[in-house]
Design a protein around this ligand. Structure first.
Ligand code: GLC
Length: 439
């Protein structure tokens, strides 16, 4: 990730107290080798959170940054799956917990994955190492695990062998509550879900969280996976939720390029050839997600073949993946211009002109700093430095205004979701903090 800035030092700057606060959050959420996203609401290790968190640690503790990724992969399954949650304790305050997932492993995990940002982060950690020889053994140990994870995505999440990645649960996309999942979830049978008690709404206002019916749908999909023993071939073939996701697809394509670079670094020729061929296919394959009428890359329901037609923050990850023709990217920039005229802060998770838009409800509008970071990296690399800078400035303003919360309203900058969030603090340290604090 060449466009990530190097570590900010805590120099004389108006933002110095904020950077100190960000470091304090990472330290407070560190449970010894792994970091919880925030205490209370998310008391375990989450996959793509750990990737972003590693970038934050990198700014003041390089060893700890690598450790975050290493602990994540300690929970990898034999078939290559790197789970979306690693349950490090049986915290009764979290639902659905290990028993609900029915995965009998130690450590316990969920049964699905999350966007593979970790691969790209490993490349960045490696390329920014001051002493590469000291870290080479750690890269060597992680590389086969990343390779196996990518193979898992290819085997179980790329049914058309074209690089278009299928999500089998909204939680696998990381954009848990996007409006893109409403239509594909509408036929899910929730009659067998049974009684359960949600815990998320005891930590965060219900107005910021999914509805009860949506939670029932999530639990029905978890139940399907659990009942078939997390047989991923079966889940991808006949599970209740099968949606091709632009976020996963673009993040995976980027991760494939980064894995290819690591293969080159370690001299894995056979691996490099295989990854290179997959990248060629994916560059063409992503067209499947282009909705020409809406002029956007968006989710596509595998069962109905329908596009969502929605502009979401994931649409703009096309730049990060270096995907799409110039003409298509031009249309994405037109959407950005329109959206920019409608909100105060970029980048809302959903198009503010959609009727589903809700400025504080989970993935229906709020801005996520981590998404801004990777969208901006892509924009900068693809000659849109002005937009990248705008995203960075907005992220900085939001953190100054509301602190390091889970997400922010694009309309008025208020907090959305939980407080003292690890990946938001990490994003501040690694990317958003003002130039004045950098070396
Ligand atoms: C929510 C987000 C997901 C994230 C998790 C922990 O579930 O939707 O992307 O990984 O919180 O922060």
């Amino acid at each position: 990730m060449p466009t990530l800035r190097s570590a900010p030092t805590l120099g004389h700057s108006a933002d110095r107290p904020l950077s100190e606060r960000a470091i304090a959050i990472l330290k407070a959420n560190d449970r010894g080798g792994y970091t919880v996203p925030t205490k209370g609401l998310y008391p375990h290790q989450w996959n793509w959170d750990s990737a972003f968190v590693a970038l934050g640690f990198r700014t003041f503790d390089e060893d700890r940054a690598w450790r975050e990724i290493e602990t994540l992969f300690e929970a990898q399954w034999e078939d290559g799956l790197a789970p979306h949650i690693v349950f490090r304790s049986d915290d009764p305050d979290y639902f659905p917990g290990p028993g609900d997932w029915g995965v009998t492993r130690a450590p316990a995990t969920s049964g699905i994955s999350q966007p593979p940002v970790a691969t790209s982060v490993v490349r960045w950690l490696w390329e920014s190492c001051a002493d590469r020889e000291a870290f080479r053994p750690r890269l060597r140990a992680l590389y086969p695990k990343l390779l196996a994870w990518h193979a898992w995505f290819k085997t179980y999440r790329d049914p058309t062998d074209s690089g278009v990645i299928l999500a089998v649960h909204p939680w696998e996309t990381g954009r848990d509550h996007s409006a893109e999942w409403i239509a594909p979830s509408s036929a899910i049978d929730v009659s067998n879900v049974g009684a359960y008690r949600r815990r998320d709404t005891s930590f965060v206002e219900g107005a910021m969280r999914p509805t009860q019916h949506e939670y029932d749908q999530y639990m029905a999909i978890v139940g399907y996976g659990r009942d078939c023993g997390w047989d991923h071939a079966k889940i991808a073939r006949s599970g209740p939720f099968q949606v091709f996701d632009p976020g996963l697809t673009f993040i995976f394509l980027r991760a494939e390029r980064d894995l290819l670079a690591l293969a080159g670094e370690l001299g894995d020729r056979a691996g490099a050839d295989a990854i290179g061929a997959r990248i060629d296919r994916a560059e063409r394959g992503v067209d499947h997600l282009w909705d020409d009428e809406a002029g956007v890359f968006c989710a596509r329901d595998r069962k109905t073949g329908r596009h969502s037609g929605m502009v979401t923050s994931a649409s703009f990850l096309a730049f990060y993946a270096d995907a799409g023709s110039d003409a298509r990217r031009g249309r994405l920039i037109e959407h950005l211009e329109r959206i920019e005229s409608r909100v105060q802060f970029l980048l809302p998770s959903l198009d503010p002109d959609r009727r589903e838009f809700d400025h504080v409800r989970y993935w229906l509008g709020p801005v996520w700093a981590v998404v801004n970071q990777i969208v901006a990296i892509g924009l900068e690399e693809r000659d849109h430095a002005d937009w990248a800078d705008r995203l960075r400035r907005d992220t900085r303003s939001l953190a100054r205004h509301a602190g390091f919360c889970e997400a922010y309203s694009a309309i008025d900058g208020q907090r959305a979701g939980g407080d003292d969030f690890s990946w938001t603090a990490a994003t501040w340290l690694a990317w958003a903090a003002d130039e004045a604090t950098s070396p």
